[in-house]
Design a protein around this ligand. Structure first.
Ligand SMILES: [Zn+2]
Length: 235
């Protein structure tokens, strides 16, 4: 039997002598693994399909999971031409590799991934804004809200400083902060809110105070590490 899935390559590893094993994020089946046979030679028909970010229709034999054909829709080539873009896009793949469970379907996240990679590849936008939005979305799907106006414990409206409780991944006020908290400065709090409330395709219009995106990204990365035991590589 064979299946056809819309997929993006989010991981690619050597497998046996001449083959590659790829991790695919698919629209229809969530995260799956597949084998690309003899794709290490220059003339291999499917060699392009072992590259990260390759997106299109994949035809896969089951149960061997050998890929027999790929109709590429986009390879996001521009991402590989710029080191800043590449790091951000790889961080997005890393987030997916870490958080997706095998065969768990998430079509909204699939579409968001394409949108985010498209913005990194072609958008006139600070790539870190895209990464922050993507992380906020992942956390919010898990029930962790970062862009709140009110303390998640007492409900008081924030004035000035707020804190991330690392034990629970919650944002709290000065009165509710406990020992294991890190500060979110007022400018980072504002940046979080603005990034959360702005759509991907409007990100180019957003100008945050300089350096606030790095502060936000650092906080979100600490939280990611706490929740998934994995630190993202970010330039
Ligand atoms: Zn509070």
């Amino acid at each position: 039997m064979s299946i056809k899935v819309k997929a993006i390559v989010i991981g690619s590893y050597d497998y046996k002598e001449k083959d590659k094993r790829v991790t695919l994020f698919t629209l229809e089946k969530g995260k799956i693994y597949a084998i690309l046979k003899s794709v290490k030679s220059k003339n291999a028909k499917l060699k392009f399909a072992k590259e990260l970010f390759c997106f299109g229709d994949f035809f896969i034999e089951t149960p061997s999971m050998v890929v027999t054909g790929v109709d590429v829709e986009n390879n996001f080539f521009e991402i590989t031409q710029n080191i800043d873009k590449y790091f951000v896009a790889c961080a997005i793949l890393e987030i997916l590799n870490t958080t997706l469970k095998e065969n768990e379907i998430n079509s909204a996240l699939f579409l968001e991934t394409l949108k985010a990679l498209g913005m990194v590849a072609y958008g006139d936008v600070n790539d870190k804004y895209v990464l922050i939005k993507f992380l906020l979305s992942i956390f919010s799907n898990m029930g962790y809200m970062f862009a709140l106006s009110n303390c998640s414990v007492c409900g008081e409206k924030f004035s000035g400083k707020r804190y991330l409780n690392l034990d629970f991944g919650e944002v709290v006020c000065v009165g509710c902060k406990s020992a294991n908290c890190i500060e979110i400065s007022p400018r980072a709090g504002t940046a979080l809110k603005l990034l959360n409330d702005t759509d991907y395709d409007k990100l180019s219009t957003l100008k945050l105070s300089k350096g606030s995106e790095d502060e936000v990204l650092n906080i979100l990365n600490i939280n990611f590490d706490r929740r998934f035991n994995k630190k993202l590589k970010i330039l």
